[in-house]
Design a protein around this ligand. Structure first.
Ligand code: SIN
Ligand code: FE2
Length: 200
């Protein structure tokens, strides 16, 4: 398997998970979830998303990019919660803070195809991911789309660090296990990924 992948099961205990979900939900009024579209095809993505932090990851018909404002409200993204900045400091081994926290909201039938996170210049920084709510079947691959893959379940409170070689590795979410958690209203899953976009 690819070097640099770290799995920190139940990094956040249930009370901290609850507090984090409440904090993220509280930011959604100003910073609403929206349905992004895929480049070229304009097909809607199966997850709804929003961002927190000075930069947010945006996908639309013209491509993928980072931008300072919500594409629907035109307002700056809300700040990244302190708990997540603390997490980054604790696990990233990186000298500068994250600039983007992508919020992916999975319904029972949502999935995320195999991809690499490739839109950041700071490739030396890891991507740090937090799972909240229903369990997910996460697929880890290698450096090529055709590399062998393996699957693992991600549960609420788990943290994954994609560092080292694994920062450039394919990954995706094959499915959600409906009803496996009641933490997120409606029974879905929230995944938060912290990224450093520009080199410090
Ligand atoms: C992602 O690759 O952006 C999200 C991964 C996940 O939902 O666990
Ligand atoms: Fe990703």
């Amino acid at each position: 398997m690819v070097e640099g992948f770290r799995f920190l099961p139940e990094y956040f205990p249930p009370p901290a998970q609850k507090a984090l979900v409440a904090e993220v939900l509280g930011l959604l009024d100003e910073n609403p979830l929206y349905r992004a579209t895929m480049p070229r095809t304009g097909k809607p993505m199966s997850v709804r998303m929003t961002n927190l932090g000075p930069l947010g990851w945006i996908s639309d018909i013209s491509g993928y990019r980072y931008g300072p404002a919500h594409p629907e409200t035109g307002k700056p993204w809300a700040p990244i919660p302190q708990t997540l900045l603390d997490l980054w400091r604790a696990v990233s081994d990186y000298p500068a803070p994250p600039q983007a926290c992508l919020v992916n909201w999975y319904e029972d039938t949502s999935r995320l195809g195999l991809h690499i996170d490739a839109d950041e210049s700071a490739k030396d920084a890891p991507v740090v991911s937090v799972s909240l709510g229903s369990r997910a079947l996460f697929r880890r691959g290698g450096l090529e789309r055709s590399s062998p893959t393996s699957s693992m379940r991600l549960a609420s409170g788990d943290v994954v660090v994609l560092g080292g070689q694994s920062r450039r590795a394919y990954h995706g979410v094959d499915r959600i296990y409906p009803g496996s958690s009641t933490l997120v209203p409606g029974g879905g899953r929230i995944n938060l990924t912290l990224r450093r976009v520009t080199r410090p």
